[in-house]
Design a binder for this molecule. Structure first.
Ligand code: COA
Ligand code: ZN
Length: 194
């Protein structure tokens, strides 16, 4: 019987990974810094200049593009795409002279399959629903429903995104074959792809 060989974690010689909790197949590129206590799933790609603080959890197959900043209290589920220079926050009212403890930070959650475009800022305390699509440059200030399509500053829900990434029209049916119905928490899939 063939032995099971799992992909090792790859850390670029110029990358700094101080966490012992990184899943197989994950790649950490030059000048990225992963702190002790960060939990990283399998097959993630953490690109140059990303910063992943203690208290951050990433699921499996998460893409963390260049210059993404992830601070304590941020949880990112499987298959999420974080575009270049996405910035998370964890202290809602920071003051340099008043240090707040971790218990005062507001947690942020990004659910499975969501995309955050380049330069998105996420104000802490928000939950971004599964397969939501946040357009480049948007500022997320509140919860985003499942499959929500959000643009602008402050971020506004202007429509819905398919799991494939395309924007949906009024019929909530996509050319890829998927279709949806609207529920209070966002869109619910009623038809898988052809
Ligand atoms: C949102 C996005 C997917 C375009 O979606 P779309 O539905 O095809 O949008 P359209 O280009 O048809 O534009 C629709 C409207 O939204 C506006 N719009 C598009 N992108 C926008 C953005 N990022 N912020 C604000 N408004 C935006 C357009 O100006 C247009 O407005 P109008 O109707 O008044 O003319 C794209 O702009 C985007 O942000 N992609 C993310 C790219 C990225 O960050 N990639 C990271 C990896 S490199
Ligand atoms: Zn689709």
């Amino acid at each position: 019987m063939k032995p099971v060989v799992s992909n090792p974690v790859f850390v670029h010689p110029q990358g700094l990974c101080e966490s012992g909790d990184v899943g197989a197949g994950t790649r950490i590129w030059a000048f990225a810094h992963v702190l002790p206590g960060a939990k990283i799933g399998r097959d993630c790609n953490i690109c140059d200049h990303a910063y992943v603080e203690y208290g951050v959890t990433l699921g499996d197959r998460v893409t963390v593009k260049n210059r993404v900043l992830l601070f304590d209290g941020v949880t990112v589920e499987d298959d999420v795409f974080l575009g270049p220079a996405v910035v998370f926050t964890n202290d809602l009212r920071p003051r340099a002279a008043m240090k707040r403890g971790r218990d005062e930070f507001l947690p942020t959650i990004v659910r499975t399959g969501a995309t955050l475009g380049a330069g998105v800022v996420v104000v802490c305390g928000s939950t971004i629903g599964p397969h939501a699509f946040i357009a480049a440059g948007a500022v997320v200030t509140r919860d985003v429903p499942a499959h929500g399509f959000v643009v602008g500053n402050p971020g506004r829900l202007i429509g819905w995104a398919c799991e494939c990434g395309m924007r949906l029209g009024d019929t909530l049916a996509c050319a890829c074959g998927r279709s949806y119905r609207q529920e209070p928490a966002g869109l619910m899939s009623i038809r898988p792809p052809d």
